[in-house]
Design a protein around this ligand. Structure first.
Ligand SMILES: [Zn+2]
Length: 241
């Protein structure tokens, strides 16, 4: 079985009811600031991608209360974020007691990119059939290049695509800048954080395509987990066309 998250823009009407154990983009929650990972190549703080608490079927981390955080460097230096061992991405798994209640209210560095702040409002669980759900928890990876493994004891856990389908019933709530139209399809400039923008585009039925992390040319990312009871760990890679 696979588990597919349904997204809405955090902080707006569509995200009023959400799964509080998971969040994508924006700022991480519960992470002690000193654990914010730094890129080994460019030495800048990495960008936060998502976090999620242990869930017995969607994200088994081996113990109640554990939380997984995924980061990767999004600097323009072109660091080796696709590689599991180069130190340009980071999977952190914290124990419940390592959680910190002091909220992180700003990025650790003004040059660190923030991704669109997304809430998960529902999950769809279904049989794994074909390749229609690139972003999914559990099941097996949909590879773009050849199959990869990241080491013994590591099991595939999550695939993240480079952009998501996000619900926005009332676009006028969102911080929208410019609008553009191409072949009858509208795109909107969405403000992210203080001074970043991404272009979101209409998909119909009040849904928009929202670009997310940089995984190269139309790439997809893969999280692997070693859910060891004493010292859990995770690895991340991505592939692209
Ligand atoms: Zn870097």
């Amino acid at each position: 079985m696979i588990h597919i998250p349904k997204f809405a823009f955090a902080g707006f009407s569509d995200a009023k009811e959400k799964d509080n154990d998971v969040k994508f983009g924006g700022l991480p929650v519960g992470l002690p600031i000193e654990k914010w990972p730094v890129c080994k190549e460019c030495e800048g703080p990495m960008t936060f991608l998502f976090q999620m608490k242990h869930h017995p079927t969607r994200l088994p981390l081996g113990k109640e209360g554990r939380v997984l955080y995924l980061f990767q460097c999004e600097s323009e230096e072109g660091c080796s974020t696709w590689d599991a061992e180069d130190g340009c991405n980071k999977v952190l798994i914290l124990e419940q007691e390592e959680w910190n209640n002091n909220p992180i209210t700003e990025l650790p560095d003004e040059d660190t990119l923030m991704l669109p702040d997304l809430a998960v409002t529902a999950w769809e669980t279904k049989e794994e059939t074909g390749q229609e759900n690139w972003t999914h928890f559990g099941g097996t990876p949909i590879w773009i290049q050849s199959d990869e493994e990241v080491g013994e004891n590591y099991q595939f856990a999550v695939q993240l695509d480079n952009g998501f389908r996000v619900k926005a019933t009332d676009l006028s709530e969102l911080p929208i800048g410019e609008t553009s139209e191409y072949e009858g399809k509208k795109s909107y400039q969405l403000q992210v954080g203080e001074d970043e923008f991404v272009w979101i585009s209409e998909l119909g039925s009040n849904e928009y395509y929202c670009p997310f992390a940089n995984f190269g040319d139309s790439g997809s990312g893969y999280v692997f987990i070693n859910a060891d009871s004493k010292s859990p760990s995770g690895k991340f890679i991505w592939q692209c066309y």
